[in-house]
Design a protein around this ligand. Structure first.
Ligand code: ZN
Length: 503
């Protein structure tokens, strides 16, 4: 009994010292138990589970994605986070058609030189990926190189000028011939979408399309009878090389002169796609809430987001461990800590696991179009994408929001001691590439958490994006940074959103 009391007194004394130290460095108080319960072991397990065959790469709209959403909502429920949609649902639904790629299919090219013809069946996944939204079927024809695949008459640019692609296979690049980040880039934005490029090629009667660059990408468009595949730049180089043109040189030439350099190659190609398209299907954001405890500040919210979806299984499993099971795992760690924390947030904290990011930012667009919390009462949003491989942190936008950033800086200085850099919010005139950019464009103050000091090779939208590419220690620290930093912001009475009116 005596011993126990003595221990309690000592422990109490220790807590006073700890609290004093913490307060002295600007942290108003956290629950050390839940802080220490955030473990790299648990976070790696979440990432491993989400990256497994069971979820088939989490393609938004597919059954694999819905299983992942079910897993996440179950955890949020178990930890006591409230449903974020109405009184009883964790799911914010939106329309999300998807295509099931049932097998890799085939891509064959016949490379004709002056006197030779080499037939080459491409190897999956080293030389080609099936198109994530390809129509099923087989096409073949002459290959026509059509630059960036853009017809922009008002900008004085047309890759298809004087080019007959009817019944042929077009070979195009992603991106734009205009690469500067200024207001002119905004005029080009609509031409940078893969969906636009596919639609244009199809309108002109192309039989199919070869997209240069090996990146699995469901952010394209399914068009009836339009078959396409991705090929490596090396293969694209062989096709243009058969007509004596250097593939990389062509791209540079177009960009530097802002003039198309399209031509009919001497090669032919055949593409076979084995897919099944599902129209009219839905996907969802998974939304859980830790309610604020202050009678006034609880009407103000902080949003923490990470996309839950991946690129699916186009021919084989693309696990999407770094992109973005890592961000999801970190968010789960922070959600659990905040929900179970004895120190409660004064403001409300909303965790959003976005769907449809890889299909064209569909989940974040759904949220900003139909916010679940009034925008004027949302203090800021922080987005996590690919936060699982590195040694330090970068909080993008931190310098533009110093009152918020300070809490993450304090958390890092007091507990984590990682390199932490920040930057100004940067206006980008091109198409948004992250859920964070969608929030930024919609007028939400937005930060992005990234890692610095990449340790392991990054396999972007690639079958090797598995958990071997993760550094779990940085994930644990990311979740801890979020827990301490978010609690700091949530309890900082000096921070203001727009004045609270009737709510
Ligand atoms: Zn991502």
């Amino acid at each position: 009994m005596f011993l126990k009391d003595f221990r309690c007194i000592c422990f109490g004394f220790l807590l006073v010292i700890l609290h004093f130290q913490v307060s002295a460095q600007g942290i108003t108080g956290i629950d050390m138990k839940v802080y220490h319960d955030i473990s790299s072991h648990d976070l790696l397990q979440y990432a491993e589970e989400l990256s497994s065959e069971k979820y088939a790469g989490r393609l938004s709209g597919s059954p694999g994605y819905l299983s992942a959403a079910n897993l996440v909502s179950g955890l949020l429920h178990d930890w006591g986070l409230k449903p974020g949609v109405g009184d009883s649902s964790y799911y914010q639904w939106f329309l999300n058609p998807w295509t099931d790629v049932l097998a890799p299919g085939k891509v064959k090219v016949i490379l004709r030189g002056e006197e030779t013809a080499i037939s080459q069946e491409l190897i999956f996944p080293d030389e080609f990926y099936p198109g994530s939204n390809s129509a099923k079927g087989s096409v073949s024809g002459e290959v026509v190189y059509a630059g960036f695949g853009i017809s922009a008459p008002e900008l004085g640019y047309d890759d298809y000028e004087n080019l007959d692609v009817n019944g042929k296979i077009v070979l195009i690049e992603s991106g734009l011939p205009y690469t500067r980040n200024d207001s002119i880039l905004a005029d080009w934005e609509k031409y940078s979408y893969h969906r636009y490029k596919f639609t244009r090629a199809s309108e002109l009667g192309a039989a199919g399309l070869l997209y240069a660059g090996l990146i699995a990408n469901p952010n394209t468009r399914h068009i009836d009878n339009f078959v396409y595949a991705h090929i490596s730049e090396d293969i694209a180089g062989k096709i243009t090389g058969s007509a004596g043109r250097n593939f990389n040189g062509l791209k540079q030439e177009i960009i530097s002169k802002m003039k198309p350099a399209s031509f009919v190659t001497n090669s032919t190609a055949g593409i076979e796609a084995v897919t099944q398209h599902h129209q009219g299907t839905h996907a969802c954001n998974v939304v859980g809430i830790v309610e604020g405890t202050d009678s006034v500040l609880k009407y103000e919210a902080i949003i923490i987001g990470a996309h839950l979806d991946g690129v699916g299984s186009p021919g084989m499993l693309f696990p999407g461990a770094l992109d973005n099971a890592s961000g999801v795992a970190n968010l789960l760690g922070a959600a659990r800590a905040l929900a179970l924390s004895d120190v409660k947030p004064a403001r409300t904290v909303i965790f959003i696991f976005f769907g449809g990011e890889e299909c064209g930012l569909l989940g974040s667009l759904e949220y900003v179009g139909n916010p679940l919390w009034p925008k004027a009462k949302t203090l800021f949003m922080i987005n996590l994408d690919m936060v699982g491989n590195g040694t330090g942190f970068h909080i993008a936008g931190g310098k533009s929001h110093p009152g918020i950033f300070k809490h993450f800086e304090d958390a890092n200085k007091t507990y984590l001691h990682r390199e932490l850099i920040s930057s100004e919010v940067r206006t980008f005139f091109g198409r948004p590439r992250t859920d964070g950019a969608v929030f930024e464009n919609a007028g939400f103050p937005t930060l992005g958490l990234w890692t610095t000091g990449t340790v392991k090779p990054v396999f972007y939208h690639h079958p090797l994006d598995n958990i071997d590419g993760l550094t779990p220690e940085i994930m644990e620290d990311a979740a801890k940074l979020l827990y301490v930093g978010i609690l700091g912001v949530a309890n900082d009475k000096s921070l203001r959103v727009l004045p609270i009116t009737e709510f």
